[in-house]
Design a protein around this ligand. Structure first.
Ligand code: SAH
Ligand code: SF4
Ligand code: F3S
Length: 481
């Protein structure tokens, strides 16, 4: 709309929202859905925190460090509030779900909190917080114009209610259309196939932060993927804390997830299909059969082992032994020879001895993961491990084990990368490389990070690249004609 007077321009001035995301892919997807919901209600999403009228944090609680990062940043912004008293601060996601009330008590500078299963209420909560803050912020010479803009933008102009169309996620308040409007990389998408987790691994806060496992209907998932593909998506990653137990909460058997993979594999213009996370305790023959049969399912699996010691696995409430895990890896490799494995590991779990740790080293040597995330154990409130076991591995030992596994993993990653030198790789291009904008960056089917010279117009399309050299982080190559 063209403004006809300065007052009119103010009336239609947008309200800017900056949303910061911490944590796992679930949060990345929740943030995308939130941006869609907010945009549909008339808010303007900005990458510029300084220009924002509201800064929202989509938070993670999985380790103490994850929470401290958010609290540190929140403290900095609270100081910024002295200069901009109208700035609204909101905490969403796992920290809000677990500790929302306490956060509000301990950080009165927070305007609102909203837990993981309430995301559809964020636009309303934000709107109310903006109205409250405009009313209470003391007017200074610096913020008078900005306050007036907010006042005019909000006064009696509640953004319109969203229309419910195709349901995304598990609530009826967001739609694929809204989400598609804000996607920055239309060629890749996460799709939630289930929320929550009912596994209660003894160290893990996720079942408390996300609630029990709830699967979405397969028809809804297929409809969502079809719509994303119609809008140019080529690479879909299905999300769930344990995709192998998809459908079990509805009484379905272990073939529910493989059946879903087969349906999605049949979508014509979808090129690549991935999923995360696959818990070793629930992997089935039907699943392995589907991986071999579905040509679009990428030869890459995140398959977290956590520890190579059966004693530790048992205390972690992981329901497999290391030998079971290795047998699954062998069967997966037999079914899909190109399969690349990645894993998560926790070092310094309570009671972990040198022998336990050594068992993890041996398992890593046996599997030779393409990549792995290695974490130092962090006791989390409410979890069984924090309740039942003292955090007794000394910090220096945790640190030394962490460094040892990181070094081993780096060597394995580099070896995998070096094996790719001389091969041709199909790459879905994401755009200019972040570290060297003169080059393009993309991902292969096996999720290798590939960098090569090319023009930015290639973003979102496939390129064939011959790999010329490798580092622990990246494969470099030349585009083939
Ligand atoms: N659902 C996934 C994991 C989600 S959490 C799975 O079962 O594999 C991601 C990773 O964080 C976990 O795999 C684990 O390695 C790590 N993690 C979770 N809780 C932790 C804690 N208390 N301390 C250290 N690492 C933890
Ligand atoms: Fe946490 Fe275990 Fe659930 Fe994964 S499966 S989210 S590690 S409780
Ligand atoms: Fe963190 Fe919540 Fe994910 S605790 S790891 S953002 S589910």
């Amino acid at each position: 709309m063209v403004a006809s007077s300065p007052a009119d321009a103010m009336l239609h001035a947008p309200v800017f929202v900056h949303l910061r995301t911490y944590g796992c892919q679930m949060n990345v997807l929740d943030s995308e859905i939130l941006r869609g919901l907010l945009a549909a209600r008339g808010f303007v999403i900005t990458a510029d925190e300084q220009a924002a009228d509201a800064v929202l944090f989509n938070t993670c609680s999985v380790r103490d460090m994850s929470e401290r990062k958010v609290l540190g940043k929140l403290g900095m912004l609270t100081q910024a509030r002295t200069r901009r008293p109208e700035l609204v601060l909101g905490v969403l996601g796992c920290m809000a779900e677990l500790n929302g009330d306490e956060l509000l008590r301990r950080a009165p500078q927070l305007d609102f909190v909203c837990g993981t299963n309430q995301r559809q209420h964020v636009p309303d909560l934000l709107y109310q917080a903006l109205c409250r803050r405009v009313a209470v912020a003391p007017v200074t010479r610096h913020n008078a114009a900005q306050l007036e803009r907010l006042r005019l933008a909000l006064n009696g102009h509640a953004p319109p209610e969203p229309q419910a169309r195709i349901v995304i996620g598990l609530d009826a308040h967001s739609t694929v259309d809204e989400r598609i409007a804000v996607r920055l990389q239309p060629w890749r998408a996460y799709v939630e196939i289930m929320r929550g987790c009912s596994n209660f691994c003894s160290y893990c806060v996720v079942p408390y932060a996300r609630g029990p496992e709830v699967s979405r209907a397969a028809d809804d998932i297929v409809a969502e993927v079809e719509q994303l593909v119609a809008c140019g998506c080529r690479d879909v990653t299905l999300l769930g804390q344990n995709v192998n137990s998809y459908g079990k909460d509805h009484g379905e058997g272990s073939d529910a997830f493989p059946a879903l993979l087969r349906r999605l594999d049949a979508i014509a213009d979808l090129c690549w299909l991935r999923f995360v996370t696959s818990n070793p305790q629930d992997i089935s023959d039907a699943m392995i059969g589907a991986l071999a049969a579905c040509k679009k399912v990428c030869p890459q699996i995140h398959f977290p082992l956590q520890s190579g010691s059966d004693r530790v696995l048992q205390r972690m409430h992981r329901r497999y032994r290391c030998a079971d895990y290795l047998a699954h890896v062998a069967r997966l490799r037999a079914a899909v020879p190109a399969m690349m494995f990645s894993s998560d590991f926790i070092v310094g779990f309570p009671g972990e001895t040198d022998a336990d740790f050594q068992a993890t080293v041996v398992a890593m040597e046996q599997v030779r993961f393409a990549s792995a995330f290695i974490f130092k154990y962090s006791p989390r409130p409410r979890t069984a491990a924090a309740r039942d076991f003292p955090d007794d591995v000394p910090t220096a030992v945790k640190e030394a084990r962490h460094q040892q596994l990181l070094a081993l993993q780096n060597a394995h990653t580099l070896a995998h990368h070096q094996q790719q030198v001389g091969t041709r790789q199909l790459v879905l291009v994401d755009g200019p490389s972040k570290t060297n904008p003169a080059m393009l960056q993309g991902r292969s089917a096996q999720y290798f990070n590939i960098v090569f010279p090319g023009t930015a117009q290639l973003a979102g399309s496939f390129a064939e690249v011959c790999i010329t050299h490798a580092t622990p982080l990246t494969l470099y190559g030349e585009q083939l004609p």
